[in-house]
Design a protein around this ligand. Structure first.
Ligand SMILES: *Cc1c(COP(=O)(O)O)cnc(C)c1O
Length: 397
C-alpha cells in the first residue's frame, strides 16, 4: 500500500515539519546566509543544550549516531583483543561500532518485559578481556542501569550507553546518557529528536574523554593542521544543528504526547487476545520511541502471526514496522563471532513476534483508535490469535 492511501502511516515526518515550518525555514535560511556551515555557534549551542538536558558534563556533536558509538569506543581506547558486552536485540550499528574497533561483541540475552539487556546474565560473561558494557535503551525504555553500573564498578569496566532511541528518558530520576562514561545519541530523522539528514552526539561525563572526541571527529586536530593523532571527519554541520535546536524546544511536549498515545493504545488494546502490550518498569520515564507489541504465534503454524497481522493492517491502511526481525547474533555480518541460533532464546522468540505500531506525536486520537480497532478486527476475524486447541474441528457441530 502506498503512503498516499495509508490512513495511518507508520512515520509522520511531514506531519512533524508542517506546524513548525516557518520557524525551521527562517532558521535554516539564516545559517545559509551566514556563510558559517561547519562546527559553528549552533553546534556549540546544541552541544550545551543536549549536555544540560542529559545531565552530562559535556556533549560533542558528530556526523551520525553510528559514528557517535564508534568514536566513543575509540575515545575509551577499545581496541582489538577487547570484549564489549551488549544486547543482540538492537539496531546493527551498536555491534558494528564494536566490530569496527576490532573488539569482540559479547552478547547477553534480553529481558522479555523491557526488551533490554538482561542484567542478571552479564556477570557470567565477564572475562579478563572485557573492557566495557554497552547497554541499549531500546524503544525509548531505559536499560536497568543500577546493576550495570554496579558491575562496571566491581570489574572496572567502561559503560557506553546506546542512547539513540531514548533521549530525555529517565531511570530513577536520572536522564539516560548521564550514567555511563559516554552516551551516544542519534538524530536520524525518525528518532524522537530528528535532523533533516544525519547527525549524532556523544555525551560524556569526563572532560578528557570529551576533548579526545573533539579531536577524533576532526582528523585528530586540536590546533588546525597540527594532527596529534589519527582521526576522521565526523563533523556536525550548522544547518542540522539549527534544525535540532529549533526542534529541541518541542521535545518535551512531543515526548508527553508519545506517552499519551501509549496510554491510549494500552486502554484500547489491553483486552485484545493474541498480543502482549509493552510494559514500563517502575522508576523509569519511557519516551516511547517505539510502541512495540508482541504477536503470539500459533503452535504448528509456519507463517508468523506477526507477519500476517502486519500484512492485514497494511490492507486496512495502517502502517507498522518490525524492529528487528533477525537478532544480531544470527546475522551473516557477525558470523565470525561464533554465535548460533538457539544461543539467546528470549531474543529469538521476541524477534519472531515484535511489531511496532505507528507512534509519533502528531498522531490524532482517531488515528490511534483506528489502529487499535484494525488490530481487534483482524485478530477477531482470523484464527491467528487463537490457540490451536480452540480451532473448530472440521465436521464438528
Ligand atoms: C538509530 C540507531 C543507531 C544509529 O544511528 P544513526 O544516526 O542512524 O547512525 C544506533 N543504535 C540504535 C539503537 C539506533 O536506533
Amino acid at each position: 500500500m502506498t503512503q498516499a492511501t495509508q490512513k495511518v502511516p507508520v512515520l509522520g515526518l511531514k506531519e512533524q515539519y508542517q506546524p513548525i515550518a516557518n520557524e525551521l525555514e527562517a532558521n535554516v535560511l539564516s545559517v545559509l546566509r551566514s556563510g558559517n556551515y561547519i562546527l559553528g555557534e549552533h553546534v556549540k549551542g546544541l552541544e550545551a543544550e543536549v549536555a544540560k538536558l542529559s545531565g552530562a558534563a559535556e556533549a560533542v556533536g558528530v556526523a551520525n549516531g553510528t559514528d557517535a558509538l564508534i568514536l566513543a569506543l575509540w575515545a575509551l581506547n577499545i581496541e582489538p583483543g577487547d570484549e564489549v558486552i551488549t544486547s543482540p536485540f538492537t539496531f546493527a550499528a551498536t555491534v558494528e561500532a564494536i566490530a569496527i574497533r576490532g573488539a569482540k561483541p559479547v552478547f547477553v540475552d534480553i529481558d522479555p518485559e523491557t526488551f533490554n539487556i538482561n542484567t542478571k546474565q552479564i556477570e557470567a560473561v565477564i572475562t579478563k578481556k572485557t573492557k566495557a558494557i554497552l547497554p541499549v535503551h531500546l524503544y525509548g525504555h531505559p536499560a536497568d542501569m543500577d546493576p550495570i553500573m554496579e558491575l562496571a564498578r566491581k570489574y572496572k569496566l567502561f559503560v557506553v550507553e546506546d542512547n539513540a532511541q531514548a533521549i530525555a528518558a529517565t531511570y530513577k530520576g536520572k536522564t539516560t546518557g548521564s550514567f555511563g562514561d559516554v552516551g551516544c545519541i542519534s538524530f536520524y530523522p525518525t528518532k524522537n529528536l530528528g535532523a533533516a539528514g544525519d547527525a549524532g552526539m556523544v555525551t560524556a561525563n569526563n572532560k578528557e574523554v570529551a576533548d579526545r572526541l573533539r579531536k577524533l571527529r576532526a582528523h585528530g586536530m586540536w590546533v588546525r593542521y597540527y594532527h596529534d593523532e589519527l582521526g576522521v571527519n565526523s563533523r556536525l554541520d550548522e544547518i542540522q544543528a539549527v534544525i535540532l535546536r529549533t526542534k529541541l524546544k518541542y521535545l518535551s511536549t512531543w515526548n508527553d504526547r508519545r506517552r499519551q498515545i501509549a496510554k491510549l493504545y494500552e486502554t484500547l488494546l489491553k483486552d485484545c487476545p493474541g498480543i502482549t502490550l509493552p510494559k514500563t518498569s517502575a522508576d523509569v520515564t519511557h519516551v516511547w520511541h517505539q510502541y512495540t507489541i508482541r504477536v503470539h504465534n500459533n503452535k504448528g503454524t509456519e507463517t508468523k502471526a506477526r507477519d500476517i497481522l502486519q500484512t492485514k493492517l497494511s490492507e486496512l491502511g495502517v502502517g507498522s514496522m518490525c524492529y528487528y526481525p533477525v537478532p544480531l547474533h544470527m546475522q551473516k555480518a557477525f558470523s565470525q563471532y561464533g554465535y548460533a541460533a538457539g544461543d539467546f532464546p528470549v531474543t529469538e522468540a521476541v524477534s519472531d513476534e515484535v511489531l511496532s505500531l505507528p507512534m509519533y506525536p502528531e498522531l490524532t486520537d482517531e488515528q490511534v483508535k483506528l489502529v487499535a480497532q484494525s488490530i481487534q478486527t483482524i485478530l477477531g476475524q482470523t484464527s491467528i490469535a487463537t490457540p490451536v486447541i480452540a480451532q473448530p474441528v472440521v465436521g464438528a457441530v
